[in-house]
Ligand binder design. Structure first.
Ligand code: MRU
Length: 399
């Protein structure tokens, strides 16, 4: 997407430095800082500390993490295939704790190392299923190759392919979701369509367009009058900091509201549709998303406001049926609740303490909205109801 006239994505592979680059989202909207992820530890750190966040972006970052694992391996001289006659991937100088036994200096050792590093990456955050999806997809490719250079090239190609596919999936979500906004606009005789969204399910959380925001961009670009209510989304304010920044850069009218305002706005007919993203959705249609999404869904249901969830297929967890019972909910550190970050009058980024120093804080980062509260899903293959039957009819390969 464009930032001040320049094309930007939140993640890219820099072919000159041969490293992964990301926008450090912790600094937005006040500073646009780019970080370089050179190692697996950098990738894990970036995911845990939320330089990168949002389910599809975490998936893409994890995918590049597999590339970094191979680079780490080479740099530690654990994988020098040239000295072995059949030039298999991993042949010598296995010297550290992870691969200390020289007898294991073969392809298996290399693959075991990769699997172990991939597990570390997958453990960085628990809720977004895209992370494991992205890592596993690239790992599967890595395991097919024996020769190190071929492995490295194939892994990089696959990670880049994931990035391109996710961008295209979000473009398609925009196409499909735009029809919903168009219908409402027509019914309102062209008056502004008021859309409420929670957290940041925009391009910063994906690669391009976003999931929940993709239909907004498409509608806006087609000249439909829209206005977006942006939930601030405590504790880290992804709505106030990131969604507001993205929409503003694109010229879309928006208003930041407190997390508790949505119900009131819905009662007074000021919300036409809710569109949110998701971090993991079961095959039955239960949706895990940023904490507070469930309350928005309850309020929408009580006020007959359509509640849509936009997602690429990488966010479905085809193995789960009961979201409340089975989706792992991340609990993050209490300081994200206790402190609020912003800039002071001199433009310095500062953190300030809100509650009494001694008060405990609990930071449940996600909640689950049961499928009965979801009007429908907007996916790259079209829109469907929130039921297993309807989801599987769009994705029959997961029957
Ligand atoms: O904790 P975060 O910022 O990673 O949470 C992100 C969300 O909850 C998004 O709504 C979700 O990932 C959908 S992203 C398109």
């Amino acid at each position: 997407m464009k930032v001040d006239g320049k094309d930007m994505r939140p993640i890219w592979f820099d072919s000159i430095s041969k490293t992964v680059k990301v926008i450090d989202q912790r600094m937005l909207p006040h500073k646009l800082v780019v970080a370089e992820l050179k190692t697996v530890d950098d990738v894990i750190d970036a995911i845990k500390k939320m330089f990168v966040r949002g389910a599809p972006l975490i998936g893409a970052t994890g995918a590049f993490g597999v590339y970094n694992a191979l680079v780490d391996l080479q740099q530690k001289q654990k994988c020098l295939s040239q000295h072995k006659k059949n030039s298999d991937a991993c042949s010598e100088k296995i010297s550290d704790a992870a691969l200390s036994d020289k007898d294991r200096a073969d392809k298996k050792a290399c693959d075991d190392y990769l699997k172990q590093e991939c597990q570390r990456i997958k453990d960085a955050r628990p809720t977004a299923v895209n992370l494991a999806w992205g890592v596993n997809r690239v790992l599967d490719v890595a395991l097919r190759y024996e020769q190190y250079d071929k492995k490295l090239m194939a892994v990089l190609e696959e990670a880049c392919q994931i990035v391109e596919e996710e961008a295209e999936n979000c473009r398609l979500i925009g196409e499909h979701g735009c029809h919903l906004i168009e219908d409402i606009s027509r019914k309102k005789g062209g008056a502004p369509v008021n859309i409420l969204t929670h957290c940041n399910a925009g391009w910063l959380a994906t690669v391009e367009y976003g999931t929940a925001t993709a239909p907004m961009y498409t509608a806006f670009d087609r000249g439909i009058d829209i206005h977006v209510w942006v939930d601030e989304t405590r504790p880290l304010n992804q709505g106030a900091r990131l969604t507001a920044w993205e929409l503003g850069k694109h010229g879309i009218k928006h208003t930041v509201i407190t997390d508790n305002a949505g119900g009131h706005l819905m009662q007074h007919g000021m919300v036409d549709i809710v569109i949110v993203g998701t971090d993991r959705t079961t095959r039955t249609g239960d949706v895990a998303n940023k904490i507070g999404t469930y309350l928005k869904a309850l309020a929408a249901n009580d006020n007959s406001v359509p509640f849509y969830v936009a997602l690429p297929s990488s966010t479905f967890d085809w193995s789960l049926k009961d979201g409340v019972k089975d989706i792992p909910i991340e609990e993050r550190g209490p300081d994200e609740i206790r402190y609020v970050q912003g800039i002071d009058d001199q433009g310095n980024l500062i953190s300030v303490l809100v509650p009494p120093q001694q008060s405990h804080a609990a930071n449940h980062a996600f909640d689950v909205t049961p499928s009965r509260l979801v009007t429908g899903f907007i996916t790259e293959r079209g829109i469907c109801e929130a039921s297993e039957k309807a989801i599987i009819s769009l994705f029959p390969e997961h029957v």
